[in-house]
Design a protein around this ligand. Structure first.
Ligand SMILES: Nc1ncnc2c1ncn2[C@@H]1O[C@H](COP(=O)(O)OP(=O)(O)OP(=O)(O)O)[C@@H](O)[C@H]1O
Length: 324
């Protein structure tokens, strides 16, 4: 459904670009959920905005690579140009629904507006579809919610409204950028359950961005781990959590509270990721890697398929990361 190949997003002039996303590739099949996980600043949001055609302007630019939606190259098209050209549909939801919802317009009007734009229908069918969308995202009493204002809803309900608006274009691919981070844990579980159900029911693919390994474990089918603008490991969720092969992935797992029950202090990965523009030759993780060897500091690591569907960007991957 979606194929991203060698995507590179850069800041600065073309003569001296600073890469904030460097050669990112992934594939997303119908109905599949791919988790994109990594610490703050590693380039998750820039990757998703580049895929959507929504990079902030002026600012970062796609310098290389391709975004293929059902085989059509949409790399340089704005979202509305994609729809007009019949290149399929993608939608995105963000962390804080209040920054996307208009506080002085009723929920029904905001959903119906999205329906009118995409389906080119008049007010009555748009409102009927808005109600259907509220039912689809399992809002209680949809008829009444149509006339509510955003401030009358809880955080979880507002995120359901954003999902309803995103579904108005009948997306083949939904990109969710930390949509549950601001919600408390019980509501988070409900919204994650809803997203999973919608992917199954609508055969919709989802790229789910988070810094939370626990959320990935609950929700995703496959996971890509990102570090300093690169995808360093991709695998099925079971393979990645059961047998991580990149030293960074192992480090992230070692930091998970659920794996350190009762510990007085959580382990950390010493050091900081390199700032964009300071990346030199060799592996980007070399300065923090507990297993670094001399070649890692000078030669770019190879991308190897260590088992079927399990890729790792490392010259000396872990081979003993069995179940822990
Ligand atoms: N509009 C912008 N202009 C210039 N640089 C930016 C812009 N937005 C982000 N960056 C930089 O690009 C890099 C990647 O940022 P990005 O927001 O994609 O990271 P992230 O992994 O999504 O982090 P977070 O989880 O904190 O959102 C960072 O170094 C960030 O400082």
């Amino acid at each position: 459904m979606l194929s991203v190949r060698d995507l590179t997003v850069s800041l600065g002039p073309a003569t001296a670009p600073v890469d904030i996303v460097a050669g990112v590739s992934f594939e997303l099949a119908k109905g599949e959920i791919l988790g994109l996980v990594g610490e703050s600043g590693c380039g998750k949001s820039m990757t998703s905005l580049a895929v959507m055609g929504l990079l902030p302007q002026p600012g970062p630019q796609i310098r290389a690579g391709r975004v293929l939606l059902e085989g059509s190259d949409v790399t340089q098209l704005q979202p509305w140009q994609r729809v007009e050209a019949g290149h399929g549909r993608m939608a995105m939801i963000f962390q804080e629904p209040m920054t996307s919802l208009n506080p002085v317009r009723r929920i029904g009007d905001q959903i119906a507006e999205a329906v009118r734009v995409h389906d080119r229908v008049s007010d009555a069918p748009a409102t009927a579809r808005a109600r259907e969308l509220l039912e689809l995202v399992r809002m209680p009493d949809p008829a009444m919610q149509l006339s509510a204002y955003p401030h009358q809803l809880s955080g979880g309900q507002r995120q359901r409204i954003m999902i309803a608006i995103a579904l108005a274009c009948r997306p083949q691919v939904l990109i969710a950028d930390e949509p549950t981070t601001a919600l408390d844990v019980t509501i988070q579980v409900q919204v994650l359950g809803l997203l999973r159900e919608l992917c199954n029911r609508l055969d919709m693919a989802m790229l789910f961005i988070t810094h939370d390994m626990g959320v990935i474990a609950q929700l995703a089918d496959r996971v890509s781990v990102m570090y300093a603008g690169r995808i360093v490991e991709t695998a099925d969720v079971a393979a990645l959590f059961g047998r991580p092969r990149h030293h960074y992935t192992r480090g992230l797992m070692d930091c998970m509270p659920s794996r350190n029950f009762g510990a007085r202090r959580l382990p950390t990965i010493a050091g900081q990721p390199p700032a964009p523009g300071t990346v030199g030759a060799g592996c980007v993780f070399a300065s923090r890697c507990p297993a670094v060897r001399e070649p890692c500091r000078t030669a770019d690591p190879p991308r190897a398929e260590v088992s079927r569907g399990h890729e790792v960007l490392c010259a000396f991957p872990l081979d003993d990361g069995g179940p822990r």
